[in-house]
Design a protein. Sequence first.
Lengths: 112, 112
Amino acid sequence: DAGVTQSPTHLIKTRGQQVTLRCSPKSGHDTVSWYQQALGQGPQFIFQYYEEEERQRGNFPDRFSGHQFPNYSSELNVNALLLGDSALYLCASSFQGRTEAFFGQGTRLTVV
Amino acid sequence: QKEVEQNSGPLSVPEGAIASLNCTYSDRGSQSFFWYRQYSGKSPELIMSIYSNGDKEDGRFTAQLNKASQYVSLLIRDSQPSDSATYLCAVRESGGYNKLIFGAGTRLAVHP
């Protein structure tokens, strides 16, 4: 039973560029949430996707956008990257947003 | 602003001792509480969930919940060096869709 998988694991981008991160949920899960974790901090909720719609959003600017596909996988897009966007980006999946959330291995994004 | 507070540590305990980690939260309507373990450079791993007042035991781990005091704790019995990690307390936001609010984590160091 595959767990939550994310790609890529590491990424280096230049300020102003755009980036796309990908997530496949755990088998049987249909809800994907994205979190940003800065060094020394707890994860911060970015948004959640269910039935291909953004269902809830945290306090992040519109530069952060996402998508969910019919197979429940999801993408996180960040435009106009800032140095402060450097962080570990985590994807968590659950069933209908009501069960325990399991995290993927994360994508470490460095903006230079 | 709903918040989760944890002592950042480090909490240093000798091998074989009991480690006690604490967490308070501000969202009085929250009903679901989680402890995640995060090794350095890795993603959070769910180790305990608790939904009712009282204690819940799983192996060497015991989670304790007191909703009236808005307090959650995690006890680790017979601590091992492999337990050395950051422990994140997470609270499911009330009225939402499995949005988790995390504390900044407590770093635990178990020394031989």
